[in-house]
Ligand binder design. Sequence first.
Ligand code: SF4
Ligand code: SF4
Length: 182
Amino acid sequence: MKTPDFPPMPLETDPQQVAQLAQERRDEFEVLRYTLEFMEEELPDDVLDALVEEIAAPITAAVDCTQCANCCRSLDVYLTPQDADRLAAGLHTPPEDVLACCIDRGSAEAVGEWGKLRDRPCRFLEGRLCTVYDHRPQSCRTYPALTPDFRWTLADTLEGAAICPIIYNVLDRLITALESGL
Ligand code: SF4
Ligand code: SF4
């Protein structure tokens, strides 16, 4: 596949502006989702994932998450037992105390997860910084996870387009790449 010629930065990094633009472009993003589902043969999953990763790498490097923290304010954070143990160790707190104070098992189990941090915005967010950064849950480390399976997780990814500047800019550039015929 020919490497597409991506338009130069700048990126849209202001969370409020991203929220507004993503709302305005919701239909366009949905069209992208349907288009990709019909392009499975000409653009197989592994090629699409490689393209998305190529687009996302400079965007992720350029966006300063410490100036955003929108995901920490806006999203539910699901945890595994290993996440809870790491958090407890990092907080120098017995695991049962972390479970009691911070983790909601019931609503997490209802959606097939082990646990969920109780508060939104996250209780560990101070200003725009994570106070448990070295001990944060795995889902915080990988967000926004665009690949693998970009095509088949795109419905979930689109939910984050109004929240996360990285997602918004990747979608924006992916649309441009597809329009240019790759
Ligand atoms: S644990 Fe840290 S990275 Fe995860 S949501 Fe909370 S503040 Fe954000
Ligand atoms: S991952 Fe996205 S939403 Fe979260 S802080 Fe970084 S740019 Fe903002």
